[in-house]
Design a binder for this molecule. Sequence first.
Ligand SMILES: [Zn+2]
Length: 460
Amino acid sequence: MIIYTRQSMDRTGEELGVTRQREDAEQLAKLRGWTAVRTLTDNDRSAAGRKPREGFEALLQALERGEAQAVIAWDWTRLERNRRDGLRLIETCQKHGVTLAFVRGADIDLSTPAGRLVADVLSGVARHEIDQKSDRQRRAMLQAAQDGRWVSGRKPFGYQPDGVTIVPEEADAVRWGFDSVLSGVPLAEIAREWNARGFSGQSREWKWGSVRHVLANPRYAGLRAHSGEIVGRAVWPAVVSEETWRAAQDIFEKRAAMTTPRGARRLLTAIGRCGGCDATVHAGGAFSTYPMYRCGGYTKSPGGKADPSVRHVHRKALPIEDFVSRVVIERLSQPDAAELLIDRKRPDTGALRAEAVALRERLENLAIDYADGTLTKSQMRTANERLTMKLNVIESQLADAGRVDVLGPLVKADDVAAVWETLGTARQRLVIDTLMIVRLDSPGRGVSVFRPETVRIEWK
Ligand SMILES: [Zn+2]
């Protein structure tokens, strides 16, 4: 009789040590009146691994030589590392009429069909155990993310399969994609361009959703994320600056928020505000022929009547849109437009980025301090909230810095009015939202002439 023990990869400490396995096997042998001719052991090998098991191979050879008529193991999973090894063992035992005995489980006499059936079932169970080990792999991936390493997966667009080396043409396409988003190009158009240039996506063809999925990935800003949360700087090079990436995310969120169920969006829907209550306005009326802007926050007082002191807006859209467009064109045609809108508004992004990195590190350290017992739970929670709030402010400042790029084409244009006309409503909306807050006052009862002073513009 041969005793076989195996210690597999043990990261959890739940595994049964080889010493305990051997002691139990020896006890079983004593009960049966068997004598151990050898004890073979494999240590610390992964069940799904590919490395040869010296002890296991020695066991097969010993059985081939007819050294023993029985093998004792703690359970079937100790013996069977993978399907192939399991089959080899079953075939060898069948050939030589060997019985497998387990500390946990009934004997398997492989000279009988019933015994072989049981061995087959046990193989399936073993594979299930291997599947469960992916839990450990997930933990390893989290660790890798925290270390800033790339864990293998699909090849990221713009990088080699190693996830670290830049593919120049693809990285250019990604950069162009970010620029396009920032200047208001629809995602579907970016998808068309990438398809036309023959870049292969994760599926055969780029669609707006897959483009967005790529551009939403923080890896392009050289940031590493785990489960959707940014955990720090990555080891791979960035393709765009963090502020560009953040500005794009900001636009994605805004676009989602700006989409109204009615589809056709007007210039100031969800951007313009009611002069009476500051709620955003939405479009109403007969959309194409007689469009109106109406306060979205219009509510009646508890008494059932509208509060007469608040004058919510409800007025014709076209003259307002025309006026706001003229103001934008006028402002961006000024010689100081470039200076005012880009230089003065652009914060020191290098300093902001450094601060963001420092804050993220402090957040990470909080968890460690808490685990060490240096901080109590409530101290950790308070510090966590404070740091997260600071980080949010920095991140939105970075997004603002990147968003100034929306104005690029207009500020650089010789004929601002001509460029404005070609922008399309979606891009015009982004420009307005970047530049100003528009408040619409009620024109007053019976007033039908457009008065510019009822459109209050506050520059951002
Ligand atoms: Zn209102």
